[in-house]
Design a protein around this ligand. Structure first.
Ligand SMILES: NC(=O)c1ccc[n+]([C@@H]2O[C@H](COP(=O)([O-])OP(=O)(O)OC[C@H]3O[C@@H](n4cnc5c(N)ncnc54)[C@H](O)[C@@H]3O)[C@@H](O)[C@H]2O)c1
Length: 254
């Protein structure tokens, strides 16, 4: 355990794997009780076991973040079983890449629904607990794709939208002791980037090597790189950092 601060209840969405799993494990090691939320409750078990094996507290919660009823039920359940959630990491995400002329209505709606509507529904449900406690930390996962990326009109719009959403939450919730920030990762090795490599018919190792050549620190990122930044943003001491977008990409982005 690297427990150095207060113990809170945290919800990490999309925490069955990838960046969400890494973040859930890290926040548990920091001393928080963590609700590991993903579409399928069973898929959360690996992350929960990693946390409990290390001596932490975790709860598997199945919910679709784009569904208002499921979100309300999930947040209520976390409050009942772990305590009021005062830390929220909106990490759940999907990609449906296609060039604009081939992008379907469903590709658009799914991506906007999970990232933007999902972050909205989760934040609205969780803020009730945070404002009551006069403390809260919200972190939204944006992306370097917010700056524009070929084949990702839906995803880049959602990730840029999350930056505006984050700044507005910071303004509205700041008076209640709640901060909101966005972390915008560059290339992180996860199932999501592996799927992109597969779609482009490139072996994942080769794909990562190619990406690393264009990254100043000459490597791709890991879920732990993102978890470290999120750990800072949700810490007690980060209470004066709000409404920021932090690119975690191994170099500057323009
Ligand atoms: N991997 C990268 O390079 C990268 C870069 C920038 C931003 N991001 C963002 O970071 C976040 C995590 O990405 P990742 O690479 O770990 O992806 P991933 O695909 O490995 O994991 C995403 C998780 O979200 C879950 N999820 C999807 N839809 C959901 C829904 N409706 N409700 C609940 N859970 C849902 C999935 O089941 C999965 O477990 C995403 O928001 C992604 O857009 C990733």
């Amino acid at each position: 355990m690297t427990n150095t601060g207060m113990s809170r209840v945290a919800i990490v969405t999309g925490a069955a794997r990838g960046i969400g799993a890494g973040t859930a494990v890290r926040l548990a090691a920091d001393g928080h009780a963590v609700a590991v939320l993903d579409l399928d409750e069973n898929a959360c078990k690996d992350t929960v076991e990693r946390i409990t094996a290390a001596g932490g507290r975790a709860l598997a919660v199945g919910a679709d973040v784009s569904d208002a009823d499921q979100v309300a039920r999930a947040v209520d359940r976390v409050a009942d079983e772990l305590g009021p959630p005062l830390v929220l990491v909106n990490n759940a995400g999907v990609i449906r890449d296609n060039l604009l002329f081939k992008m379907t209505d469903a590709d658009w709606d799914t991506v906007i629904g999970v990232h933007l509507r999902g972050a909205f529904l989760m934040s609205r449900a969780a803020q009730a607990h945070m404002t009551a406690a006069k403390f809260g930390r919200i972190v939204n996962l944006s992306s370097s794709s917010a700056l524009g990326n070929r084949g990702q009109a839906n995803y880049s719009a959602a990730k840029a939208g999350l930056q505006g959403f984050t700044k507005t939450l910071a303004i509205e919730l700041g008076p209640f002791g709640v901060t909101a920030n966005a972390v915008a990762p560059g290339f992180i090795a996860t199932d999501m980037t592996a799927a992109t490599a597969a779609r482009m018919k490139v072996d994942f190792e080769t794909f990562q090597k190619g990406a690393a050549e264009h990254i100043p620190v000459r490597r791709v990122g890991t879920p732990e790189d993102i978890a470290h930044t999120i750990s800072f943003l949700v810490s007690e001491g980060a209470g004066f950092v709000s409404g920021q977008v932090i690119y975690v990409a191994g170099g500057p982005l323009d």
